[in-house]
Structure formats: C-alpha cells, structure tokens
Design a protein around this ligand. Structure first.
Ligand code: GAL
Length: 324
C-alpha cells in the first residue's frame, strides 16, 4: 500500500512537472491548436505585434474546398500554444490562373505609415509558369485579406518567397528567380511593391530565410527538389549587399535537414538570451494537411551555424532562454 501511495505521489509529481512545462515544442509531431486540430500554417511566416506572435501559412485542411486556396492565422504568446484566429484568405482564383492554381508561402508585414497588413504570397498556375507574387491587404491582423494584384518583383520570376524584417524595421522579400538566383529585395514605403534588390546571390535556392545577429547576416535556403527534403545550406555576409560567403551545410548532408525545408528564421531577443529558431516544413505531398513542422533553435557560433538533431525543447520568450 505504501508502495502504491509512493508510486501515485511520484506519478502525480511527474504529471505536475509535465503540466508545468507548457512551452515544449516537439519537432515533427502533430501540433494541436486550441481546438485540438493540427496547425495549418505550412510554408509560413510569423510577425509579432505587442506581446503576441501571429503565424500565417498555407491552410491545407482536408475539408477545404479544393477550388479555393486558404491562408490561416494563429496567435500565441509563447510560440508553443497556438489559438486559431481565422482563415484570413479564402480565395477563388483571383488572378484567373486557371484550374490547379497555386498560392504558397504567405508572409504578412505590418506597414506603419498606412496602418495596413500586407500579405505577400507566391502565386502561380499549375505548371509554375506565372512565377509571381500576389498581394493581399487587410486593416486588421486577422481579418479577411483582400486581393490587390499580382506581379513579378523587379520584373523577375519569383517562386518560393521568404520574409525578413531587419532590426531597424526595414522589410525585405526573399524570392527565387529560377534563371538567375536568389534575391533579397527591399519593399517600397507602403509595402505594395518590391523596390530594390539588395543582392542577387547566384545560387539556385528556395525556402529562403534570413536573419541578422551581431552585425552578421545569415541566409538559409534549400535546393530545388520540390517536396522532397535536401541538405539545406547557409551563407553569411557583413551586409545584405554582401559579399556572401560560400554556402555550407546546415546539418549533416546525408540527413537532408532531418526531412525538413526552411521557411523562416525567427529571432527571439529575451532579457537573458537571444536565440534564432529555424522553422522548417516536413512536407507530406500526398497528405498535405498532415505536413509537420520542424522548429529548432539554431546553434550559432559566430559565422558558423548548425541545425541540431530534432528533439523536444522549451523556450521562455521573455528571457529568450532555450532548454533542450
Ligand atoms: C517546393 C517549394 C514548395 C512547393 C513545392 C511544390 O520546392 O518549396 O513551396 O512549391 O516545391 O513542388
């Protein structure tokens, strides 16, 4: 009996620890939102307003109408627990691209002068020949975003896009221009246009993610292998304009980035530590709704970074401290 009481007490204690450990992120697992449904924010981006993070991404929910394309928005204050807010885009081929049209990798920016939320997304026809970006705007962060236009940024092809907000607030779009390479380009003052190329890296990469830490810029990207994972690479530079270093492996190449593909590098600056989270997608092309997320804090040693093997970890967004 004493043993049973002891075991029960220990178990209760362990459960309390588990329950008091709420910030745990488990790479590759089903990630339930507040409704208990797997988060649908694939190829996503995150912005912070006040003390809340908003995660936008492709909503590939199984019950969606397959004629439409959806972007979902979730909110969180700890990056681990996500509350579903709204399907902020439910679009029915607004650019008239025909059956099988594509809307991927949505990224939302907040424009201070116009007080508008501006969403960029890769828009394409089913053969990926249109290679353009679409813009949708909204007055509130999680309202209905309205389609504005589509175009090729700086007159160049654009497939996968990425989002980068520098420490001074300047907003950039990263885009893959198949014949030429990888652009990091500054948005116009109202964010409704892509204004200036900071660099064209003559490397064929997609899933672009950029971050800036201690005066060094880091760019991460994947090879062009569609839904299949490949060894993601990174390079560094003292400025966005370069010069960029050679590209190096982010993880042991034979492990193909642990089955994931980069989408965003999210910097968390806390009161005690600064960490950068690699956000990647583990795509499941035949069951897209079940695609998973691989989020891990990068190991950063000056200009050398690496993605550690996926394992559950916790983050305190206030202090910035990560426990693995
Ligand atoms: C990937 C790309 C995804 C999607 C996919 C389609 O390379 O990163 O966003 O476009 O190809 O095959």
């Amino acid at each position: 009996m004493i043993k049973l009481i002891l075991a029960t007490t220990l178990l209760a204690g362990w459960c309390a620890v588990a329950a008091a450990d709420p910030q745990t992120i488990v790479p590759g697992a089903i990630w339930p939102d507040d409704r208990g449904q797997h988060v649908q924010a694939h190829g996503g981006g995150i912005i912070k307003r006040g003390d809340t993070y908003y995660w936008f991404g492709e909503d590939r929910g199984q019950t969606n109408d397959w004629h439409l394309r959806y972007v979902a928005c979730y909110a969180s204050q700890d990056l681990a627990h996500w509350t579903f807010r709204h399907q902020v885009v439910q679009a029915r081929d607004p650019a008239k691209l025909g059956r099988g049209w594509i809307l991927e990798r949505p990224k939302v920016y907040y424009n201070v002068p116009t007080k508008k939320y501006v969403m960029y997304a890769h828009i394409d026809d089913r053969r990926y020949k249109v290679a353009s970006v679409a813009i949708f705007t909204c007055d509130t962060i999680d309202g209905d975003y309205h389609y504005l236009k589509y175009f090729q940024p700086l007159g160049q092809q654009s497939r996968d896009i990425g989002q980068f907000l520098d420490d001074d607030g300047t907003a950039y779009l990263i885009f893959e221009d198949r014949p030429n390479g990888f652009h990091i380009a500054r948005l116009s003052a109202d964010y409704l246009d892509v204004e200036k190329d900071m660099c064209l890296i003559p490397q064929h990469m997609e899933g672009g993610a950029v971050f800036h830490l201690h005066g060094c810029y880091y760019v991460i990207g994947s090879h062009l292998t569609g839904w299949d994972p490949n060894p993601n690479l990174y390079a560094t530079a003292p400025a966005l304009t370069g010069p960029w270093s050679e590209f190096r492996d982010l993880a042991p190449p034979e492990l193909n980035t642990y089955g994931s593909q980069s989408t965003l590098a999210l910097k968390i600056e806390g009161t005690q530590a600064t960490n950068v989270i690699f956000m990647g997608d583990i795509w499941k092309p035949d069951t897209q709704w079940d695609s998973r997320y691989l989020w891990m804090p990068l190991h950063i040693d000056g200009p050398t970074i690496s993605l550690p093997p996926p394992a559950k970890w916790t983050l305190d967004v206030k202090t910035g401290v990560v426990s693995e």
